[in-house]
Design a binder for this molecule. Structure first.
Ligand code: HEC
Ligand code: HEC
Length: 146
């Protein structure tokens, strides 16, 4: 108990010290504005809509969403993505079917309904916006085997 209190106190002190030591040369995304000044208004980013979908960076990457999803709803009771992407509907909606893996449960059993693990689509699939990265990255996609 006593140790926990000491660790907790030490952590609080460290947290208090960190911003001070880092502040030299580092600017927050809000800009170098005083705390009580209103922040700059960010310009709205445009969503990237890619016909034919985005190229994947590796085979098992969940593909990013190439269309708008503003009107889609995913809740415990409904999932409007499945109106186009499910096994039953994808042909008539001319949409790609969800991956085969989306109909398999965690024990490897094939299911007739979408797996609960794949219900919340935007846990893995997200739209992309035209924005420059906030920090640099040297990431390179894996070479595509076709
Ligand atoms: C009205 C039908 C419709 C709805 C609703 C819909 N989609 Fe799509 N989706 C499509 C079509 C059509 C494409 C193919 C677009 C293309 O390749 O140009 C697509 C493409 C995708 C892709 C890219 C697949 C790939 O292999 O690149 C993903 C991921 C995706 N949708 C996820 C979703 C998610 C998640 C939702 C719900 C939030 C959703 N979609 C709702 C029709 C739909
Ligand atoms: C836990 C992460 C995860 C969730 C949740 C998920 N997906 Fe996926 N999805 C993936 C991965 C990984 C792939 C690529 C590998 C594969 O096909 O399994 C994929 C592939 C896809 C593809 C392309 C299939 C193909 O063969 O080109 C579509 C379309 C798609 N998902 C739609 C959806 C929709 C719609 C939902 C919600 C009902 C959903 N996904 C939920 C991870 C996920």
């Amino acid at each position: 108990m006593k140790n926990t209190i000491i660790t907790a106190t030490a952590t609080v002190f460290m947290l208090l010290l960190v911003p001070d030591t880092l502040s030299a040369g580092v600017e927050s995304l809000r800009g170098a504005l005083p705390l009580d000044a209103p922040a700059k208004i960010f310009s709205a980013k445009r969503q990237q809509k890619v016909e034919g979908g985005f190229e994947r960076s590796w085979k098992q990457q969940p593909p990013p969403i190439p269309h708008e999803i503003d009107k889609d709803r995913i809740s415990l009771r409904e999932n409007t993505c499945l109106k186009c992407h499910s096994k039953e509907n994808h042909e008539k909606e001319k949409a790609p079917e969800v991956g085969k893996s989306h109909y398999i449960d965690r024990t490897g059993k094939k299911l007739t309904r979408i797996s609960q693990r794949r219900w919340f689509c935007n846990q893995c699939h997200v739209p992309q916006v035209e924005a420059s990265p906030l920090v640099g990255s040297t990431f390179q996609p894996l070479p595509q085997k076709k």
